[in-house]
Design a protein around this ligand. Structure first.
Ligand SMILES: [Cu+2]
Length: 169
């Protein structure tokens, strides 16, 4: 019971947050960080897992880490990357999160670092949005809105790797 009402409240707050944050395209500041370009690939309704991509600018003098995230669309969210193992791209769970070195821009993108959505509770339908709460080691928590949109594959840096992996992440 308690859980149900909590999750309803959470959903409502996400909706309100979505309405009040139409400027998402400009990016979200938190501490010395700026998070921009947040998106997910649309997936068929039957998909069990998905991924979110984003860009994090660390404008500070100290390193920070993206430790993890939560979302109302997934049972569990993990920070993943891909490694090349004997010519095959393999997904790896970064249990310590992803490092964000000072003065650097870290891109989460297909074929590389990504925010893994495990156990999708609602489908990632094209032209919709959902809420994601990022948790940083130093900068704390940040609520962002993820845009679900199809992007041109040819603009990707890792298109050659993606062909090998056959993975949608
Ligand atoms: Cu993954």
């Amino acid at each position: 019971m308690n859980l149900v009402s909590k999750s309803k409240n959470f959903t409502l707050s996400i909706l309100l947050f979505t309405v009040s944050s139409l400027s998402y395209a400009e990016g979200y500041p938190v501490g010395d960080l700026m998070v921009t370009d947040i998106w997910s690939r649309p997936l068929p309704e039957v998909s069990v897992n998905g991924a979110a991509y984003l860009t994090i600018h660390n404008n500070g003098a100290k390193s920070d880490r993206l430790l993890g995230a939560t979302s109302e669309v997934a049972e569990e969210v993990q920070i993943h990357t891909h490694i090349n193992q004997n010519g095959l791209m393999k997904m790896v769970h970064l249990e310590q999160g992803a490092e964000l070195p000072p003065g650097e821009v870290v891109k989460f993108q297909p074929g590389g670092l990504h925010v893994m959505l495990l156990g999708l509770a609602s489908p990632l339908t094209e032209e919709t949005e959902y809420g994601l709460t990022l948790e940083f080691e130093t900068s704390g928590k940040l609520d962002v809105v993820v845009r679900v949109e199809e992007r041109n594959q040819s603009s990707m840096d890792h298109s050659s790797h993606m062909k090998q992996s056959g993975s949608s992440d």
